[in-house]
Design a protein around this ligand. Structure first.
Ligand code: FAD
Ligand code: SF4
Length: 556
């Protein structure tokens, strides 16, 4: 069907209203304001900055631990302490070793786990507040709009097409059909967070990959209201060990917020060998450890969510500029995986992008000649200092925790260099081992993890607590490029890992007349992007659903 699309022109189009995209928008609006006040030419306007966000509200898709290093925010909004919803300063940072049934606190908390000067926050609240400042600065923020396709011009990018609204499940227009807008911009900024769907396309089409492919982890989180006195606001603990096996990279967190609220979660690298491994079930098991159970007993689950995060760091950072476009935040690999910190780096990358774009708008040159200076700015900032020190960190753990600790000890004393520099890494899905034909495949839903309904939960109960919604009469946004592979090779070789790694029970191998068929319950999808990353044949393509769909991470 040929589609007539309304076209709109902007100076700058930012895809994604997370810490990176909003910091870029706000800093640019502030620079423009100063520029216009000085009556310099050309006159610019913050109204010509557009921000797209696929969530139903700003912050709805924000999921983080979250401990925030405030240095990014302090640069962006110097008097942030007066109005930012910071929740509580960190008062105690513990590193705990879990063994089954007991735990041990390291007498000295290793530096990566120290969080003095940082804040425990709800990223959802921080981003909502930041979104308010961005709108007040005159920027146009469009919620419930996903960037669905890139508009290419030569080797560069000229804008984005938003998703069509009002298509039925077969792709046919309904009464409320509205074609997506074709948004043209002098500069397009990809701030889509982890495994951005447009970023993935741009990196592949323009071969922007660095020496390592991006590595990812999955983080599964619950927010609880607990009995008074169970945890102090500002108490922060990171756990290593049980129930995460030593051939995997992962650990848990427990962060005390104000009003007896606690953020708990587990992050696991998406590069494990067992294709039947179930990250959600392991997280539930982790909660039964006496240390965690004691805090949660008698409490109430408030919210659930899951999201992937880019672990690859400096050597997995894609080339972040093409003519007319920049890549920032998690999409651009601006995350320190050793400290599990990306918020301040996302903000700083957004600000450095804003300074680069400001120069481009003033000179009228939006090619890589001017936009390419973004990388130089990154290299001259604390972003480089922080990421360079840990440039080989995550790769060291690709073959388990013990080898990782040995490697990182050498890195610690050599400024990140270690024994091999640069240390190479494989894409995580390449780590799956093939199943023995006789191996039991636990496909019966009745045999999957159920939980007790008080402390531990099955995936559907958890998804209910993510407040995820999608209109079911729309095309499925999880494109499986060859479903034949699912019922042939994948069953045999890997036992359909999508049934296990998805933390929202989206994928199901259903029996129909004695034949297996892949069933996709896409309405459950919490947009974590794990399937796009961890599918062994790389045949799952996550695309944006109708805007407004997905989770609502209120307070997360
Ligand atoms: C489990 C977990 C725990 C973490 N803990 C911490 C922590 O304690 N401290 C810390 O500093 N960092 C932490 N991080 C990392 C931190 O959350 C990220 O580094 C940070 O949020 C990155 O910001 P961003 O703006 O790049 O991306 P995001 O925060 O992911 O924001 C991207 C936004 O873009 C939107 N979007 C994506 N694609 C499109 C599209 N095509 N069209 C329209 N909108 C789109 C998304 O809906 C989202 O709102 C954690 C991450 C995870 C997953
Ligand atoms: S379908 Fe994919 S993106 Fe959605 S929740 Fe499952 S693994 Fe995550």
């Amino acid at each position: 069907m040929s589609v007539q699309r309304e076209q709109l022109e902007a100076d700058v189009l930012i895809v994604g209203a997370g810490p990176a995209g909003l910091s870029c928008a706000l800093h640019l609006a502030n620079l423009i304001k100063k520029h216009n006040e000085s009556r310099a030419k050309p006159e610019l306007s913050a109204e010509n900055i557009y921000v797209l966000e696929k969530g139903r509200d700003i912050g709805a898709h924000q999921l983080s631990g979250a401990i925030m290093n405030p240095k990014g925010l302090a640069e962006l909004v110097p008097d942030f302490a007066k109005s930012a919803p910071l929740d509580t300063p960190v008062t105690d940072s513990a590193a705990l070793l879990f063994i089954e049934g007991s735990s041990f606190r390291f007498p000295i908390t290793p530096p990566p786990f120290q969080n003095k000067g940082n804040y425990v926050v709800s990223l959802n609240k921080i981003v909502k507040w930041l979104g308010g400042l961005v709108e007040a600065a005159g920027v146009n923020v469009f919620k419930e709009f996903g960037g669905a396709e890139l508009v290419y011009e030569g080797q560069g990018v000229a804008g984005v097409i938003t998703e069509d609204k009002g298509l039925d499940k077969n792709g046919k227009p309904k009464d409320n059909y509205t074609p997506g807008y074709e948004l043209h911009a002098k500069v397009t900024v990809l701030a889509e967070g982890t495994r951005g769907s447009l970023t993935k396309k741009l990196v592949a089409d323009r071969k922007l990959d660095n020496i390592n492919p991006q590595s990812y982890g999955i983080g599964i989180k619950e927010l609880w209201d607990v009995q008074p006195g169970r945890i102090k606001p500002g108490y922060v603990a990171h756990t290593l060990g049980w129930p995460v096996s030593t051939d995997m990279y992962g650990g848990g967190w427990i962060y005390g917020l104000s009003n007896n609220r606690v953020s708990i979660g587990l992050v696991l690298a998406l590069e494990y060998a067992d294709p039947l491994f179930d990250p959600h079930a392991v997280f539930q098991k982790w909660k039964t450890h006496p240390f965690v159970k004691k805090i949660l007993d008698g409490g109430k689950l408030v919210r659930y969510g899951a999201k992937s995060l880019p672990y690859g760091g400096w050597y997995a950072m894609p080339r972040n500029t093409v003519d007319g476009a920049l890549i920032i935040g998690d999409s651009g690999s601006f995350l320190d995986s050793q400290r599990l910190k990306g918020i301040h780096l996302a903000m700083k990358s957004g600000m450095l992008a804003a300074e680069t774009i400001f120069e481009a708008l003033k000179t009228g040159d939006t090619t890589t000649k001017t936009l390419g200076k973004f990388q130089k700015r990154v290299e001259q900032s604390y972003v480089r200092d922080e990421l360079w020190k840990v440039r080989n960190f995550h790769q060291s753990f690709q073959h388990g925790m013990f080898r990782g600790f040995v490697q990182t000890a050498f890195q610690q004393i050599s400024g990140g260099r270690g024994l091999v520099d640069p240390m190479r890494a494989d894409a995580g899905y390449k780590h799956y081992r093939k199943l023995d034909p006789a191996e039991k495949r636990n496909t019966n839903p009745e045999e999957r993890f159920k939980g007790d309904g008080k402390l531990t939960f099955d995936r559907l109960t958890d998804v209910y607590h993510s407040d995820t919604r999608h209109n079911e009469d729309q095309p499925c946004h999880l494109h499986v490029l060859d479903t034949n592979i699912c019922i042939t090779k994948c069953v045999e070789e890997y036992g359909n890992p999508c049934q296990y790694f998805c933390p929202a029970a989206v994928y199901e191998m259903a029996k129909e007349k004695d034949a297996l068929k892949l069933k996709i319950n896409f309405a459950n999808c919490v947009h974590c992007k794990t399937c796009d990353i961890a599918d062994p044949y790389q045949i799952i393509d996550w695309v944006v659903p109708e805007g407004g769909g997905g989770p609502n991470y209120e307070g997360m």
